[in-house]
Design a protein around this ligand. Sequence first.
Ligand SMILES: Nc1ncnc2c1ncn2[C@@H]1O[C@H](COP(=O)(O)OP(=O)(O)OP(=O)(O)O)[C@@H](O)[C@H]1O
Length: 745
Amino acid sequence: MLASGAVGTMQNRSERDTFADMYASRLARLWAVERGLVFGRLDHVDEGRLYIGKLGLTDDEQERLLIDWRAPVAQPFYRATPAAPMGLTRRRHLQTRGRTVVAVDDDLLDLDALTEDDRATLNGEAALLAALDERRTGRMRDIVATIQAEQDKVIRSDLNGVLVVQGGPGTGKTVVALHRAAYLLYTHRERLERRGVLILGPNLTFLRYIEQVLPSLGETDVLLSAVGELYPGLTATARDKPEVAAVKGDLRMAEVIARAVRDRQRVPRKPVELRLGRYTLTMDRKMLESAANKAARSRRPHNQARAVFVRSLLNALARQAARQIGKGLIDDDELADLREELRTEPVVRSALNRLWPYLTPQRLLLGLYGSPDRLGYAAAGLTPEERALLRRDGARGGEWTESDVPLLDEAAELLGEIDEQVLRASAMAAEEELAAARQAEEHEREAELAYAREVLELTGLSDVMEAERLAERQRGEGPHLTTAERAAADRTWAYGHVIVDEAQELSPMAWRAVMRRIPTRSMTIVGDIAQTGSAAGARSWAEVLDPYVAGRWRQERLTVNYRTPVELMEVAARVLATIDPGLEAPRSVREIGASPWAAPLAELPAIVADEVAGGGKVAVVAPDELLASLGESVEGAVVVTPGAGRSRGAEALDAPVAVLGVADAKGLEFDSVIVAEPDLIAAQSPRGTSDLYVALTRATQRLGVVHDRPLSDALRGLARRPDGDSGSADGVPAVPGNGRPPGKT
Ligand SMILES: Nc1ncnc2c1ncn2[C@@H]1O[C@H](COP(=O)(O)OP(=O)(O)OP(=O)(O)O)[C@@H](O)[C@H]1O
């Protein structure tokens, strides 16, 4: 298609590009599914054999060669059991390397239906354990070949309504949610391709960790985003202290933002005088209030209601001007002329801008955080201590934090868009004002200059640029945009389906921002209440969902832990019991024959070197305050500090050793995990014990803790790491060997 060149009519060219796009994405899909293309075979009692793979293929005669795993006829591959064989005699798992079959495992489902020959060729089932025991690569992989029945139920659950998937660590919530996205896209392709699917994750490192799963299933057009990226045009990675995050995430902030907007619409008590050469006009309180009331009654967002306010004031001023120049009665045309004349007067314009300024969410929030007065008015419903937590000096600078993003979104909703033409016009006007201000009297100068700068800044915002570029592309003047790209740039986009991972971490304000994007409430929410680390996070799913879909959400539970071996989970479960004795840890499927260990902090560098030599990915999970120093002491480590960007996360995943805090380790897994100063992790925030539970459940093979501080009861019994100091913690004998598994069990 491309070789045919850019010839012919516009229509020809556009057709050519469409075909080229189509073939390119088909090709990309075919390449992406190469690994493990075919992984299963179903032997039916009477229908013969079907091969199951990552996508469907037919030959030139339209004979089915391969069935897509998501097709209804593939379902018995995941669901059939000897008790309910679903018409199968046998299910075969094929393991391949490149295009070579390297192993075959059979599940026997219907003994009676098997021939003697079949009985002789049956192998034991080992595909799942083989997959679980594989070394980790730093990136999550698809599990199509080994999806378990309870997971399949979640994956194929109905598109409509809110589905909550609650499950302990390692139960496959994330991987299942990703396969569900692929399944929904396959089953409801038209609707979901048009509206798009959004997957929200806890942080940028996590997004890098999962980003290859959907492409490897042939799905490339899903938007992966962290909550800190929900507001187009900025990526917030900084984190507030827990007590600040708790205030910013509280539902009362919705009222604070609403009042902050109203604060910018309050009219001054004293009359405002406008000196206009020949005459002086006065805007008294009554006139201002009447204009503000009209604007409020229009029920438009702030930036759009401004037009109503301005028009009302200009009308009143024009009448006043007419009276002053001796024209008592004027007709509509004359009034309109006068109004336009006044509108262009710099003095009038600048007064109107001060009375009802155009506002962006950023400006509103910075103005609020930076001013005790504004906070006093807007946050009247908060305590003085809470207001103090919101206060930020240097209002103009400063980084946006993850918990600011839902507030910006809330503000955007109340402020509305600023018309692009208006922005341009006010930029020009501001330039003029700047020039005028330079000539103004000393005492007025500061205020004038500050205001003009403000407007200029406002008009130079990068999201406006983005909007422009977007509009250009949509008009067909730029490169083709995918649904995901268009959705990412548009704050008001309504998605076809939204998946929220680690959903327990979202604050009530973040939920408002999420719900705005999915008016149909077609959602999958996955998480674990026991892992909630954020101070503003969830304590129960009902508390989160009842305000939006009371009585209309359904829940599935995942109960089997595929990541953490039995020995490691025993230790984690002791910590879980200290959070709440009623909480149940998931059941692990593997034993590895080695127990977690403890060692002095000083031995960390040597231990890490040893673990790296042992192979696979190693992580040191540490309290935030120790990250930098530990990172320096460990050779070859990539440190992820809070606020690190997407690329740092990726670097850490690809490195042999990552040093990171719990918030960034959330959702990830490594072959070997060393938790530094566990009790400091537990003490560093109100939900610190949940953080420790998360840290202890990240390993697939080996787990240890290094510490100087005394260990809590839950960890006190750990054996000393044999290579470290002799003896054991509190008299418990050392584990035999070097703490590594003696081999696959
Ligand atoms: N059916 C399966 N076949 C093979 N591997 C699986 C299966 N289910 C889960 N796993 C693996 O188990 C590990 C844990 O899965 P995942 O990260 O999705 O769990 P999670 O419930 O999201 O955990 P957490 O709550 O701790 O983040 C992953 O390596 C995943 O690939």
